[in-house]
Design a protein around this ligand. Structure first.
Ligand SMILES: Cc1ncc(COP(=O)(O)O)c(C=O)c1O
Length: 385
């Protein structure tokens, strides 16, 4: 089976892990954690980073640090991994689901502007959802599949309404937008994931990057059970959200090869784009308009409107030794978020089930990709003769 996305651990991972074991520093106290934070900040183009136990933990603690609380609304794209919305729910807040742009699959900035202008008002500096009276507390664009959202439209809008921006850049480390790195696009905080299927992995892990010292200190404090000094004094209910030295050791080795690994992901994306360019039945994943995507996942979008066709193609591919997977189901169709406030979701509803994610590991060879391409072509001609 050609796997969908497996970690590439062929650098210094084992050497650094052995250093942790030999030194006894295996928990969140240890030299690799600080080193990892400096490397993440540099790779993201941000001054400061705090490593966290996961991307979800990073999103949660970022929202808490910005004051998102019970009853609030946070604007989130309708098509994202459920963790983006779950982080909002952990705060006692609710995601307000905004449809995506058909060309980029990122948060539709025009729709966002419409919502803020027509469905909200501003009272005493607070943005209020007119219909429910709920406070709108933040905007969370997601850099989908590693492709930055249109931050030059979203950030000025956020400033106009006085809203903080927490960008979910889970898979976007290594991406750029209008010549800038992904952690330098005007979001107050940007969060990355380093779980096992990400281009850069720590096994599990995350990081929050930003430039405002006060917020970053708060995030570090909250992630470390809000502990004060050496004694067991805690000034609030904090979280045990720190990354361990073991995870950071793997992460450091991975980050040493960031350019190569992201380069390989882009190569796979381009390979599929060219290989299927002559087919009328499919489109490639969106191409970055304003910069370079980190191209986390790759695949195709079927034009056939029936969900059964995409599902049958995935099944056929698995039978031929190609691991093909569906993509995220939009949040408004998920049980926990069926009642969340939402805009129309035409775009997310129309696209998600036609997506076929194809093998895109950084270890994949051209020969393997040729096999994938041949099997996709075969499957399409069997299913849609
Ligand atoms: C868009 C998005 N947000 C958040 C997350 C959550 O990250 P983690 O799995 O590290 O908690 C992921 C990870 O898969 C993701 O893809």
């Amino acid at each position: 089976m050609i796997p969908l996305a497996v970690p590439n651990l062929s650098g210094n991972e084992a050497v650094y892990l052995k250093e942790c074991i030999d030194s006894g520093f295996v928990s969140s106290v240890g030299p690799f954690v600080g080193r990892f934070e400096r490397m993440v900040a540099q790779a993201a183009g941000a001054p400061l980073a705090v490593a966290t136990a996961s991307g979800t933990a990073g999103l949660h603690v970022a929202l808490v640090a910005l004051g998102v609380g019970p009853g609030d609304l946070v604007l989130v794209p309708g098509l994202t991994f459920i963790a983006s919305a779950n982080a909002v729910s952990y705060c006692g807040a609710q995601p307000w689901l905004v449809d995506i742009d058909p060309d980029t699959w990122n948060l539709d900035a025009e729709l966002l502007e419409e919502l803020l202008t027509h469905e909200c008002d501003v009272r005493c500096g607070r943005v209020r959802h007119k219909k429910t009276g709920q406070r709108v507390a933040a905007i969370m664009p997601v850099h989908i599949l590693g492709d930055p959202a249109d931050m030059d439209r979203i950030v000025p809008l956020a400033h106009r309404f006085g809203l903080p921006v927490v960008a979910d850049g889970a898979a976007a480390l290594g991406a750029s937008y209008r010549g800038k790195k992904v952690g330098d696009l005007g979001a107050d905080l940007t969060v990355f994931s380093f779980n096992g299927n990400k281009t850069i992995t720590c096994g599990g892990g995350g990081a929050v990057v930003g430039s405002r010292e006060e917020w970053m200190q708060r995030i570090r404090h909250l992630s470390t059970t809000a502990r004060l000094g050496e004694a067991y004094d805690h000034d609030q209910v904090g979280f045990n959200y720190r990354l361990t030295n073991l995870q950071a050791a793997v992460g450091c080795a991975q980050l040493e090869r960031l350019d190569d690994l992201v380069g390989k992901k882009r190569w796979v994306r381009e390979y599929y784009r060219q290989a299927f360019a002559d087919l009328d039945a499919v489109s490639p994943f969106p191409q970055s308009v304003h910069g370079q995507s980190a191209a986390w996942f790759s695949g195709i979008v079927l034009h056939h409107p029936s969900p059964e066709v995409a599902s049958a193609l995935r099944q056929f591919l698995r039978q031929q030794g190609v691991e093909a997977k569906p993509f995220w189901k939009p949040l408004h169709l998920q049980d926990p978020y069926r009642k969340a406030p939402t805009t129309r979701q035409h775009v997310s509803e129309d696209v998600w089930y036609r997506i076929v994610v194809l093998p895109c590991s950084t270890t994949v060879t051209a020969q393997e990709l040729d096999h994938v391409v041949a099997q996709v072509r075969q499957g399409l001609s069997d299913l849609m003769p």
